[in-house]
Ligand binder design. Structure first.
Ligand SMILES: [Zn+2]
Length: 299
């Protein structure tokens, strides 16, 4: 058995997977609003679950942030009280065993590479395109973890071939740079750019879904915007293929649910890859929202 825990901003989920990947148990509870309660709640969740199955297990945790390789402390977590904490060490002390951590994009990539859309492939780039734009790389069943703990974090590379005449005015990113891939490829960025290009309010176009509803209704502005989105995403993915050459790219997050994304995306990527032919398969996630928690279990 393997235990995986996914800590989200509002909900914390635990799953128990059999060694063959079957989900035996799944439970959700609220994420506490402070660190001592967070540690208590994880400890209690594990003890209760282990009591139920009468055995102990290794623990993997999926967290909304990264562990700084220099200090072992959390950084970039949007659950703010986790930042600067030594989460793995604190939990290991309480639980008396090793605890493995990964951020949500890495857990997603590992889950999809293990028994998801990239099962059986030697190499996989797992991409989350939702409110943000994360990524993780898996090779031979293992997450690639480098000295900066940023392998696969393509979202803050600059968008390739950016030109104001075709891509619109500079997009300023929260990270302090401009024209990051995330500002184009995330659902948030996709909706924001549509609003800015056509003078809509956030109430009229709250998210990418509302842009896609206009595409469904054959709104030419929305169709043009979506076609540009596919092209920008293709440029961004081609850059990763040129470096890592994965067998499969798995897309997750809100934007990955758009079925009309897939027919054109591979052709668009093929135009930008340094190869006469594209053999990389691009597929939607198999496990959807469960990938984070499943990836945590596979850690
Ligand atoms: Zn950025």
């Amino acid at each position: 058995m393997r235990f995986g825990i996914d800590v989200g901003g509002t909900k914390t989920e635990i799953v128990v997977l059999s060694n063959s990947g079957e989900m035996i148990h799944r439970e959700r509870q609220s994420t506490p609003d402070n660190y001592p309660d967070f540690l208590d709640s994880i400890q209690a969740l594990i003890h209760v679950t282990e009591g139920r199955y009468g055995q102990t297990s290794n623990i993997g945790l999926c967290l909304p942030g990264a562990v700084s390789p220099d200090t072992g402390r959390m950084k970039n977590a949007n659950t703010l009280y986790l930042n600067n904490q030594t989460v793995a060490e604190d939990l290991e002390q309480r639980l008396g065993r090793a605890v493995r951590l990964a951020n949500d994009a890495d857990a997603f990539a590992l889950s999809e590479a293990t028994d998801g859309a990239a099962a059986g492939a030697r190499s996989c780039f797992g991409v989350i395109i939702g409110t943000g734009c994360g990524g993780g790389l898996v090779y031979n069943g293992q997450l690639i973890q480098g000295p900066n703990a940023i392998a696969g974090e393509w979202g803050h590379n600059p968008l390739p071939y950016y030109q104001e005449s075709t891509d619109g005015p500079d997009q300023h990113c929260y990270c302090g740079r401009k024209n990051c891939i995330e500002t184009f490829a995330s659902g948030t960025g996709m909706a924001k750019r549509f609003r800015e290009a056509h003078g809509f309010s956030a109430r009229e176009i709250p998210d990418a879904k509302s842009v896609m509803a206009r595409v469904q209704n054959a709104d030419p502005k929305a169709i043009e915007h979506f076609n540009h989105y596919v092209d920008a995403l293709a440029r961004a993915l081609a850059g990763v293929i040129n470096v890592f050459d994965p067998e499969v790219i798995v897309l997750g997050g809100g934007m990955s649910n758009i079925q009309s994304l897939y027919p054109g995306l591979s052709n668009a990527v093929a135009q930008y890859v340094f190869s006469d032919q594209l053999n990389t398969r691009i597929a939607p996630a198999k496990h959807g929202d469960s990938s984070g928690v499943r990836g945590a279990a596979w850690l």
